[in-house]
Design a protein around this ligand. Structure first.
Ligand code: ATP
Ligand code: MG
Length: 560
């Protein structure tokens, strides 16, 4: 799990802050972070950045990281999202020990703290409508206006707050506000609302609470109650930091955490807004949250992205305070890099063309050893069947190839990977002149693909034995959007790539029938493919294309 290169990389500003805090003896040298998702959607690649950062910091500094659900909006939250988030953080490779918390666990405590704020003159019940409060907020250039209830006596506010809690009032009839400064240049400090009345069933606390605390108040106090030392969030909360500080200073809490902001992850061709992703799911543009084209952890998992690739990606993009859009290729390259290392190789033919080995006996078959990984003998080998009739890729043959084409054409010699060296002797066409079969002869002395002394065979192609091959479905995924910034398109559904999913019937070698759902393979010369987590079975094998082999193709086109 720990990355050996980690300490060779330049340190980011949060690591530097923590280095200094530790050197200064702050928090008795403790480092405690948290990842605080709201259970109102599934996690996406942006959250992965935050998870890797928070859990990574804890690991690096010998500290702790909590998983805390920020569940203060009962209308939008539910237990299924919670279950899914827990599964995804674990899948990504992180462990919160016994520190799974919920902001809702603190509702009784927060209520008491709010009462203390009222008693000490730092909060009051405002009985105006939401519209009136909004109208008094002022603007960036104009100060706000005091509410007529701002100087309500504490006893009166306490009594009203109690009655709000007891469910005596309708939604929206009163709120609890902090008494800070209506003239503050920072709008967040103009007597922000701390509690609102909302009679809505909560997935954990049921109907116990007709009032719910607001995000800023809840978040700061949850951090303080858990002894968080470094509360790391995204840049849009920078303007909320004074309120965060105000809360942990004016409330009676056991610790004083600090908030640090970093730039959120944005990726080309990718949406990272839960709301917009939900719209795609609800309108049926994708098959669900786990559609392999989705940038959700569930989608990427089903696509075959290994969690280590997401961690590597998070490490590579770093942590800064400057917003930037990251190239999607960086993510794909991390996926390829991790997969290349230990993914077993297999042979599968995507667009079959029959290759007949005319001098190979019709009633014979051989099972030839094939390495599972060209560079890692320790990953073992399996056997692939060879027989007289094989399938090769249509584009590995040309009736009249140019000189540089190192694959099959009349008179050309090629290596069948792990098989034999063959010489093309001709081809058959149908009435329309389409090539329907290619003929060749093999050299029995080249078993395994060894070229005889002094003979150089430039091209190697993959194949499967026709009579042993199994049909499978390949789901060929491309990026979901044609727009580089789908988040800035009025309706992202209009920017969907119509070719983002193509399915095709392919032929696979027998060893692939043993694939368990979620197993990833490199189909030689074609790409990485993952047995579909939901739909793959031994009887109906279904493989999702995880990534193409961009680099190998580049080499191939250069004349391999
Ligand atoms: P919402 O608009 O629903 O609040 P959110 O994406 O902020 O959406 P949260 O569940 O609040 O959802 O996010 C949990 C944590 O993940 C937060 O600390 C948030 O800052 C972080 N996070 C969310 N999106 C990104 C992103 N694109 N890059 C980095 N961190 C992110
Ligand atoms: Mg949020």
């Amino acid at each position: 799990m720990t990355d050996p290169e980690r300490h060779d990389r330049p340190r980011h500003f949060i690591q530097e802050v923590i280095d200094k805090d530790i050197a200064a003896g702050l928090n008795e040298g403790r480092v405690h972070t948290r990842f605080p998702p709201e259970p109102n959607g599934h996690l996406h690649i942006g959250h992965a950045k935050s998870i890797c950062l928070n859990f990574g910091i804890a690991t690096e500094f010998g500290g702790l990281c909590n998983l805390r659900f920020d569940d203060t909006n009962p209308e939008k939250e539910n237990i299924d999202y919670e279950t899914s988030i827990i599964e995804d953080v674990r899948w990504l490779g992180f462990d919160w020990g016994n520190r799974l918390f919920h902001a809702s666990d603190y509702f009784p405590r927060l209520y008491e703290i709010a009462r203390q704020l009222i008693a000490s003159g730092h909060a009051y019940v405002d009985s105006q409508s939401a519209d009136a409060i909004r109208a008094q907020r002022g603007t960036l250039t104009e100060p706000g206006t005091d509410s007529p209830y701002r100087n309500r006596p504490a006893e009166e506010s306490l009594e009203l707050f109690q009655r709000m809690r007891d469910g005596e009032f309708a939604d929206g009839s009163h709120v609890l506000r902090a008494r800070i400064d209506m003239g503050s240049p920072n709008i967040n400090m103009r007597d922000p609302v701390l509690y609102r009345i909302r009679r809505h069933h909560h997935h954990r606390t049921g109907d116990t609470w007709p009032i719910y605390p607001m995000y800023d108040f809840t978040h700061a106090l949850s951090d303080a109650l858990e002894g968080i030392t470094h509360s790391i969030c995204t840049l849009e909360f920078e303007d909320h930091r004074p309120l965060y500080d105000w809360c942990v200073t004016h409330c009676e809490v056991p610790s004083r955490p600090h908030q640090y902001e970093f730039a959120r992850l944005e990726l080309t061709y990718t949406l990272t807004s839960k709301r917009k992703l939900l719209a795609l799911v609800e309108s049926g543009q994708v098959s669900g949250w786990d559609d392999p084209r989705m940038p959700t952890l569930k989608g990427m998992r089903r696509r075959g992205y290994p969690p280590a690739a997401l961690r590597l990606f998070a490490e590579r993009i770093g942590v800064t305070k400057k917003n930037a859009v990251i190239d999607f290729e960086l993510l794909e390259n991390s996926v390829r890099e991790v997969l290349d290392h230990d993914t077993p190789r297999r042979m599968a033919v995507m667009a079959p063309l029959k290759l007949i080995v005319d001098n190979y006996p019709e009633d014979t078959e051989e099972w030839l050893p094939a390495a599972n990984h060209p560079k890692r003998p320790e990953l073992g080998e399996r056997e692939v069947p060879f027989s007289r009739e094989l399938y090769i890729e249509q584009d590995d043959f040309m009736p009249d190839p140019p000189k540089k084409f190192h694959r099959l054409g009349p008179g050309r010699v090629v290596r069948l990977r792990y098989g034999y060296i063959v010489t093309c002797t001709g081809f058959d066409t149908d009435a329309d002149g389409q090539v329907i079969a290619v003929h060749c002869t093999y050299d029995p002395a080249t078993r395994g693909g060894e070229a005889p002394e002094g003979v150089k065979v430039k091209g190697t192609i993959h194949w499967v034995s026709a009579r042993h091959a199994h049909e499978a479905e390949a789901r060929l995924y491309e990026r979901l959007f044609v727009e580089v910034a789908p988040g800035s398109v009025e309706n992202p559904a209009d920017a969907i790539n119509p070719d983002s999913l193509a399915t095709s019937k392919i032929f696979v070698e027998p060893a692939l029938l043993e694939a368990e759902p979620e197993a990833v393979f490199q189909f030689e010369r074609t790409g990485y493919f993952c047995a579909d987590r939901n739909d793959h079975t031994a009887n109906t094998p279904i493989f999702n294309r995880t990534a193409t082999l961009r680099d190998s193709w580049a080499k191939l086109n250069a004349g391999a």
